[in-house]
Write a protein that binds this ligand. Structure first.
Ligand SMILES: Cc1cc2nc3c(=O)[nH]c(=O)nc-3n(C[C@H](O)[C@H](O)[C@H](O)COP(=O)(O)OP(=O)(O)OC[C@H]3O[C@@H](n4cnc5c(N)ncnc54)[C@H](O)[C@@H]3O)c2cc1C
Length: 243
């Protein structure tokens, strides 16, 4: 049944699988769900939906879709921060129903790219990039993509082996930890993603499209640096969440 919540059309989904990122990232839970009556929304990788627990509920939150449009389920990767909504999501079980609004958003991947694309993700800002990479993989579409993924601790990396598997499509993966300055076993980057780090790994990015997803501070800081390198605003796509 296609319902309406205010102006937002929604569909009812049933939760089919809940995967906790343990032992690696216990705070991240992947919710996989299927539409109850088979109807489904089309979407483009990078879009988000709002989730509601009841159709008449005023409480809802937006989440990027992490699955590819050609998969038979929708997946959301959610950091359980014990806030107003996530504390309620934490009670959901397989078989429970959830309301999903029609996907929307302009943070969508441009398939025709001929250049080095930069994906810059902070924390759970990695979620929409999974949708993009899964979509590319499903069509064996090779692209020159650099993914810079910043996490507080190395244990926070979501689906490391899946991300590594995209290297065969041309993905170059750069992890950076922001909170483990003294970890001798870490041989990735350290500190927040910045221009110096990007230049170290990417030879030429002047014609790149940059996709940024994360908290407002992360996005603001890096956009300023990109603009001072001459990357026009029109080539910087951003998805900004909260603080
Ligand atoms: C377009 C869009 C897409 C989003 N996609 C995702 C997604 O794929 N996965 C996901 O986990 N979240 C995503 N979010 C964030 C999500 O909508 C909620 O804000 C988040 O789940 C917290 O909701 P809450 O009610 O539990 O916390 P609240 O009670 O609303 O907020 C508590 C506080 O936590 C802050 N906060 C929000 N998220 C985080 C975080 N990850 N870490 C630390 N503090 C945080 C808020 O800014 C607020 O100050 C997205 C937001 C937007 C706008």
């Amino acid at each position: 049944m296609l319902g309406k919540m205010g102006l937002k059309p929604f569909l009812i989904y049933e939760i089919k699988e809940l995967t906790h990122g343990e032992p690696d990232s216990p705070r991240i839970v992947s919710f996989k769900m299927r539409p109850v009556d088979g109807l489904r929304f089309d979407f483009v990788p990078g879009m988000f939906s709002s989730l509601f627990l009841k159709p008449d509920d005023k409480l809802f939150r937006s989440y990027s879709i992490a699955s590819s449009p050609n998969e038979d389920h929708l997946e959301f990767m959610i950091e359980m921060i014990n806030g107003k909504f996530t504390s309620q999501l934490a009670n959901l079980k397989v078989g429970d129903e959830i309301y999903v609004s029609e996907p929307r958003g302009a943070f969508t991947y441009q398939l025709d790219s001929q250049h080095n694309d930069l994906f810059l993700a902070a924390g759970i800002g990695i979620a929409p990039f999974f949708s993009m990479l899964r979509f590319l993989k499903s069509g064996n579409l090779k692209r020159n993509i650099y993914l810079f993924y910043s996490i507080k601790h190395k244990e926070d990396i979501v689906n490391h082996s899946e991300l590594q598997s995209y290297e065969e499509l041309g993905l170059k993966l750069v992890y950076t930890v922001t909170r483990d300055p003294d970890d001798r076993n870490w041989n990735g980057e350290r500190g927040r993603i910045n221009m110096q780090m990007i230049k170290k790994h990417v030879e030429s990015f002047s014609s790149s499209t940059v996709y940024l997803c994360g908290g407002i501070r992360f996005v603001k800081d890096i956009v300023g640096e990109l603009e001072s390198e001459g990357i026009e605003d029109g080539r910087i796509k951003r998805d900004i969440w909260g603080e």
